[in-house]
Design a protein around this ligand. Structure first.
Ligand SMILES: Cc1cc2nc3c(=O)[nH]c(=O)nc-3n(C[C@H](O)[C@H](O)[C@H](O)COP(=O)(O)OP(=O)(O)OC[C@H]3O[C@@H](n4cnc5c(N)ncnc54)[C@H](O)[C@@H]3O)c2cc1C
Length: 297
């Protein structure tokens, strides 16, 4: 493939990566597995094409999935395949395991990363939706090698619009994501419907994290897409479900609220708004019942 890009850097440390970004002064671009970037790059031309790529998947200390300070932490070098295989994520973030396990095929999952999924900022990005429901945060590094800064921020603040990230991938690196694992009386789940047509075209995805108190739902976090310009937390549906019996009837009533707070669009290659209206309640039911069953174990 001809990219027109003159330099491909593989920094061994975060400081090296920041030094490279500083050296290129906005003309370089951070990449992970390249599974989104090179699809876009094939269409990109002209003055906005970066002069260098800074691959952040080999930086020491940011390549694994680990438990730290009460969080599950996922480094920017960890692939979807690593996340799916992680016993920590399987138990404490089942929704994330399920969503990352559905991304692309094995080739994509073997190189694609969760941070790339987040930085691409699509409203229906699978891994992103699960992390949002889990209450995830991301660590953003910027500045120079001499004065690096690393700030944790709520994942929800990372999006500006469809494909528009609040993270400037020419100057900043999402080095990790983290979330508090589900504990006793808690469960999470992900459900998606897609159109397998050469490349996977997600029609709708929904992730939830549920906490039970006896037979009722103490709280439910629900992330869904694409129903808004950015990955969306269904706050009204969440508020309705809190304190309700953990039953199919509660979920069915909540479906109407989910539909009323979702802005469904027809997209030519994926699905009509009417079809999405039919499938959202099905996804809510599937994910909620799975999460409730896991919380009840
Ligand atoms: C065949 C195919 C099928 C796919 N199927 C799915 C699917 O089912 N569901 C789904 O959600 N996605 C899917 N994708 C999209 C893509 O694979 C995922 O979004 C993946 O997680 C992107 O990760 P990456 O590391 O490859 O990102 P890259 O392509 O490396 O980067 C994507 C964007 O994020 C920026 N970026 C990457 N890493 C960082 C970082 N650490 N810090 C700051 N900026 C960064 C890059 O500059 C670029 O703008 C598919 C892609 C392909 C090619």
């Amino acid at each position: 493939m001809t990219t027109g890009i003159n330099h491909y850097h593989l920094p061994a440390t975060l400081n090296d990566a920041l030094a490279l970004l500083a050296k290129h002064n906005g003309a370089a671009r951070v990449i992970g597995g390249g599974t989104d970037y090179f699809v876009d790059d094939a269409r990109e031309s002209g003055p906005d094409r970066p002069e260098a790529l800074v691959d952040v998947t080999r930086m020491a200390g940011w390549q694994d999935v680990r438990s730290e300070d009460g969080f599950i932490v996922i480094g920017c070098g960890a692939t979807h395949a690593q996340i799916v295989a992680s016993p920590l994520v399987r138990v404490g973030g089942t929704a994330l395991m399920e969503s990352c396990g559905l991304i692309g095929g094995p080739q994509v999952r073997n190189v694609g990363t969760l941070m790339g999924n987040i930085a691409h900022a699509l409203p229906a990005a699978d891994g992103t939706l699960a992390l949002l429901a889990l209450g995830g945060e991301i660590a953003v590094a910027g500045g120079t090698a001499e004065a690096p800064g690393l700030v944790w921020m709520p994942l929800a603040l990372a999006f500006r619009g469809p494909g528009k990230s609040a993270i400037d991938s020419a100057r900043q690196i999402i080095v990790a994501a983290r979330f508090v694992p589900t504990g006793p009386n808690e469960g999470s789940a992900f459900a998606r419907i897609m159109r397998p047509q050469g490349v996977a075209l997600p029609i709708a995805g929904l992730a939830c994290r549920v906490t039970l108190r006896g037979d009722e739902i103490a709280s439910a976090a629900i992330a869904v897409g694409p129903v808004a310009p950015t990955p969306f937390r269904a706050a009204q549906t969440e508020a309705f479900l809190a304190g309700k019996p953990a039953t199919s009837e509660s979920i069915e009533t909540a479906s109407a609220i989910l539909l009323s707070e979702s802005k469904l669009r027809t997209s030519p290659h994926r699905a009509t708004a009417e079809y999405r209206r039919e499938v959202l309640p099905v996804l809510l039911r599937e994910a909620m019942l799975n999460a409730i069953a896991r919380a009840a174990v």
